[in-house]
Design a protein around this ligand. Structure first.
Ligand code: NDP
Length: 448
């Protein structure tokens, strides 16, 4: 059996009931097959793929806190420190009821390659908790965040592991966690990114993932003889990534016409009103029904099992920005039938393996999240640099660095896909380019 197949079987056997982790490993290993098989015995002797797929450290802990009724609640917290070959662990924290170890491992594994692709010195990690911030008071969220950090603080640090936000973790949660870290450690350091601007945050970090997604999409289109201006875009999600993707798409002259949350979706023929969307989601933390109520051109559709939501809308470009596995084979077929010619992932692994394959086979330009949503972590790394220098850069400085990083990422994966005979396969290009840097660093550092 080939080394790649052997390691994949091992991963499945040793990590039962973690389907998202298996899926992420399968996608990466399939892409690396051509690289590994060219020098199989050397990789096998070094057990490089086994080392790559086993996290350096997993921390799992209890998070007890008291709700507004005086009832004690208990949640499960995680931090997976996956790979530190090229820098301190870096990756977000997710607070969502669906969080479990397998999901954090899939996200941490993806993060290794994403961080490598940015060209910056950051290793891969991820964390989170099965806590649901929705419907909780600010005091409850603070009590939870303080308890979460009361355990997490001993495992992180500015030169060890620097978490950031993800689903359910925005400025409010980062602020509460930063305050608790500082209190316990008596140390003011850049231990988290995504901080507020008055206490060490970076301008443009809030916008970075969405903006970066559009910078990369624009470059991918340009290199394939297409222009983003005037194109209709279907976006899913209505959180941090989706909102700023919609905003930048409009600035580039495109027309995003959809967004969604976990209960329904919007089709707005006039184009999404991003200021209204921000008011509904960032300020009121309300449902999309409020957007529809305030906007005559908007149609609201309740989410129904078996229906395909935003992917049924006629569009040129699709940007899935909500969550994993939200775009399946049926959705991919609907997109192709409607003339969609490009998909770039804003979320992590939003497209199933079957859907990705279908899109690629049907000539759709497809960019995986580990490349197209890397703008968030790249700007987090820029926040770390500013914290180390004790300086703050202007919005324009950060934004122009972000733009350059996204353009470079696209060219790196494009070149890797060409070098290994898979021109236009940006999934393979991203996995190979991300892997080669990490593998070289791992080999140089000996068996560890
Ligand atoms: P947010 O919590 O800000 O927003 C998530 C959005 O997706 C919300 O609209 C939410 O709906 C919706 N959503 C979440 N889970 C589901 C679900 N199971 N079904 C349907 N809709 C869902 O998160 P972000 O925007 O930060 O993250 C979105 C994606 O982008 C994630 O995959 C994340 O890992 C990825 N990402 C984020 C980065 C960042 O910098 N924030 C960086 C790189 C990747 P509702 O409002 O109802 O909860």
């Amino acid at each position: 059996m080939s080394y790649v197949d052997e390691v994949y079987e091992l991963v499945v056997a040793k990590n039962p009931a973690q389907p998202e982790f298996h899926q992420a490993v399968k996608e990466v290993l399939e892409s690396l097959r051509v690289v590994i098989e060219a020098d199989e015995e050397a990789y096998r002797k070094e057990a490089l793929l086994e080392r790559l797929t086993v996290p350096e450290r997993i921390v799992q802990f209890r998070v007890p806190w008291v709700d507004d009724k005086g009832q004690v609640q208990v949640n499960n917290g995680f931090r997976v420190q996956f790979n530190s070959a090229i820098g301190p662990y870096k990756g977000g924290l997710r607070f969502h009821p669906s969080v479990n170890l397998g999901i954090i491992k899939f996200l941490g594994f993806e993060q290794i390659f994403k961080n490598s692709l940015t060209g910056l010195p950051i290793g891969g990690g991820k964390g989170g908790c099965d806590f649901d911030p929705k419907g909780k008071s600010d005091r409850e969220v603070m009590a939870f965040c303080q308890s979460f950090m009361t355990e997490l603080y001993r495992h992180i640090g500015a030169d060890t592991d620097v978490p950031a936000g993800d689903i359910g973790v925005g400025g409010r949660e980062i602020g509460f966690m930063f305050g608790q870290y500082k209190r316990i450690r008596n140390q003011y350091e850049g231990v988290l990114t995504g901080k507020g601007l008055t206490y060490g945050g970076s301008l443009a970090r809030t916008e970075a993932t969405g903006y970066g997604l559009l910078y990369l999409t624009e470059e991918m289109l340009k290199c394939n003889g297409k222009d983003i201006a005037g194109k209709t875009i279907a976006v899913s999600g209505a959180g941090n990534v989706a909102i700023y993707a919609i905003q930048k798409a409009q600035q580039l002259g495109a027309k995003p016409v959809t967004c969604s949350d976990s209960t329904g979706w919007i089709y707005d023929a006039e184009g999404i009103d991003v200021e209204l969307l921000k008011e509904v989601k960032e300020v009121k933390r309300a449902r999309l029904t409020e957007y529809a109520a305030a906007r005559p051109s908007a149609e609201y559709h309740e989410k129904k099992a078996g229906e395909h939501g935003v992917w049924t809308v006629k569009c040129d470009i699709a940007l899935p920005c909500a969550t994993q596995n939200e775009l399946d084979l049926e959705d991919a077929k609907a997109l192709v039938a409607n003339g969609c010619f490009a998909v770039a992932e804003g979320a992590n692994m939003p497209t199933t393996l079957e859907a990705t394959e279908y899109l690629q086979k049907n000539g759709v330009l497809f960019c995986p999240g580990k490349a197209s949503n890397a703008g968030g972590v790249a700007t987090s790394a820029l926040e770390m640099s500013q914290n180390s220098e004790r300086l703050s850069w202007t919005f324009e400085e950060v934004d122009s660095k972000l733009q350059q990083i996204m353009v470079n990422i696209f060219h790196n994966l494009d070149e890797a896909s060409k070098k290994y005979g898979m021109e236009g396969d940006y999934v393979a290009g991203a996995n190979i380019a991300g892997f080669l840097k990490v593998a070289t660093a791992m080999k140089a550092q000996g068996v560890c």
